[in-house]
Ligand binder design. Sequence first.
Ligand code: UT7
Length: 339
Amino acid sequence: MYDVEIVGTGSFVPENRVTNEDISKFVDTSDEWISERTGIKERRISISENTSDLAFMAARRALDDAGISPEEVDLIILATITPDYFFPSTACLVQAKLGAHKATSFDISAACSGFIFGLTVAEQFINTGVYQTVLVIGAEVLSKIVDWNDRSTSVLFGDGAGAAVLKRGKQGIISRVTGCDGSGAASLACPAVPLKNAFCDFSQEKANVLTMNGREIFKFAVKIMPECVEKVLEDSGHSIDEIRYIIPHQANIRLVDAAVKKLQINQEKVYINIQRFGNTSGASIALALDEMSRGGLLRNGDLLILVGFGSGLTYGAMLLKWTKEGNDNGEEKNDAKKD
Ligand code: UT7
C-alpha cells in the first residue's frame, strides 16, 4: 500500500459577482433574509464559461502549484452535477484542454460530497500502485440548473471550481468515510431526460431545474456531519483537539454552526467562505482548501478534516495531514479574494 499526499491545489471562479441585492431585484427576497438565514452575501455566476472551463482553470493552477506537467497525470476525476454534456464526461473535455494525454478521465456524481468522494477514489488507485499522479477536480456551473424564479433555492448557489493534485508520497490522507442514503434522493434533485419513447407511456414533462426540501437537508446535514467527523477521528486515533481546521461543505452558515456546536469545537477552527461564493456544491471544499493554502493558513503537519453532504443523499469526510509547505507570505494567487 502506497501513501498518498496532496501536492498542489488550485481554484477558479467566474468574474461576475451577484450580490443579494441583485437577486432581490427579480425574486421576492432581501439581503437581510439571505444573510441571516444562510450567511451568503454574494456569489459568482458564470456568463459564458461552462463547467469544463472553470475546471480547466482550477486544474491548471493546481498543476502549476504542484510543479507537475499535464503529461505526468495518470488519472483525472471530476466531481460535478452540472456537466457540460450528458456525455462525453466533463473530465474528458478537461483532459483535452490540459493536454493530459495519458490520463484516464471520468466524472463522478456525488453532488456536494463529490470532492471527498473523488479524493477517496483517487486514494485507492494510488494506494494499490495502479496510478501515481491523480488530479481531482470539483467544478460546477449551478446557475444553469437553478430555477431563478424560486427564491427558496436561487439565493443559495454559486459557480466555481477547485482542484487538488494527489501523488504517491508521504502519508497525507489518514482516514476517510463515505456514505449514501438513497431514500432521501427526492429532497434535492434535478431531473434529466424524462422517460419518453415508443414503448412506454409518455411521462409528465418536468423542467430541468433543481428542487429542494431545504428543511430536510438541513436536518440531515446537522446529524451526519458530526457523525462523519467522529468516524474519521476514531479511525485515525486522533482527537478533535489535535485538528487545526475543519473545512465543511459551504451550504449554510447556520447549518455549519449547528454541526460545530454538536462537536464542541472552537468556531475559529472552522473555515468559512460562503459569504463570498454561496454554495458551489462539488467545488466548495476544494475551493476553500485552495484558498486556505494560498492564504498561508496551512502549515506542514497540520491536521485537517474535510466534511460534506449533499444530494443523493451523500456524505463523507476525510482526515488529512497537510504535507505541503505553506505559502508563508500569505499571498493569495487566485481570483478567490477575501473581503
Ligand atoms: O448542498 C446542500 C444543499 N442544500 C442545503 O444545504 C440546504 C439546507 N437548508 C437550508 O439551508 C435552509 O433550510 C434554507 C436556507 C434553504 C431555508 O431556510 P429556513 O430557515 O429553513 O427557511 P424555511 O424554508 O423554513 O422558510 C421560512 C420562511 C418561509 O416563509 P413563511 O412560510 O414562514 O411565511 C419561506 O417562504 O422564509 C421564506 N423564504 C424566504 N424569504 C425571503 C424562503 N426563502 C426565502 C428567501 N427570501 N430567499
